[in-house]
Each structure stands twice: as C-alpha cells, then as structure tokens.
Ligand binder design. Structure first.
Ligand SMILES: [Cu+2]
Length: 92
C-alpha cells in the first residue's frame, strides 16, 4: 500500500511539472505582421518556451514549462488586446 501511494504521488508530481502544448485557433490574423505581433507578446511571458504562429491554419502553438502555466483567460486577454479573436483553445 505504501508503495502504491508513493507511485501515485510520483506520477502526480511528474504530471504537474510536465510541459504543456496549447493550440489556440485565432481569427483575424491575416499577415506576417499579425503573426509577429502575437509571437512577441507570448515570448515576453517567462513560462512560454516556444511559440509558433501558422497563418494558413490560423493556429498559434504555445509550449509552456509546466501544465497550467498559462490560463485560458490570460491567453484570451493577450489575443483580444492585440486585436484578434480566440476561436478555440486546446491543451495536451
Ligand atoms: Cu497583419
């Protein structure tokens, strides 16, 4: 029983420190300047390890250091203040 409890604890610890991939679908991005502006805003956040913007699929891919580093609300605020709209947010 002790061993099981320990394994569960170990698993949970790993889960909480693992990197997270967030895919945000953004409406309104039309050119590379839009993409660069969004990239810049997310690069300024210390927990963001990688940020990629794909204009043709309208997807912004963000990799954070830990799961839950970047809340949906925060993502929506950044995108909305930059002048675009969040269509969906997916995490894995
Ligand atoms: Cu643009």
């Amino acid at each position: 029983m002790k061993a099981l409890t320990f394994s569960l604890f170990a698993l949970l610890s790993i889960a909480s420190v693992r990197a997270e991939d967030i895919t945000v679908k953004v409406n309104g991005m039309v050119c590379s300047l839009c993409a660069q502006g969004i990239q810049k805003k997310f690069k300024a956040i210390s927990s963001v390890q990688e940020i990629k913007v794909d204009l043709s699929s309208k997807l912004v891919s963000i990799k954070t250091q830990n799961a839950n580093d970047l809340a949906d609300d925060k993502i929506k605020t950044i995108i909305t203040e930059a002048g675009y709209n969040v269509a969906s947010i997916e995490r894995k």
